[in-house]
Design a protein around this ligand. Structure first.
Ligand SMILES: [Zn+2]
Length: 64
């Protein structure tokens, strides 16, 4: 399911944010390790992949 952007609070974690709570990478984050917002992080490639499944919002249209 698509959610508001969140990322890891750890400075040692990858600087990516997630937008899907089903993301395998996002699921590895503990509840206390999640911070709202994208905070200058890169979009998670696994989240991008799940978001691209939406027929109304194909990945090609999201690329500027
Ligand atoms: Zn992700």
């Amino acid at each position: 399911m698509r959610v508001r952007p969140y990322h890891s609070a750890r400075s040692t974690a990858a600087h990516v944010y997630h937008e899907d709570d089903d993301c395998p990478a996002g699921k590895t984050l503990a509840w206390f390790d999640k911070v709202d917002g994208s905070d200058g992080c890169e979009p998670c490639t696994m989240c991008v992949r799940t978001a691209a499944e939406c027929p109304d919002h194909p990945a090609a249209a999201a690329v500027s």
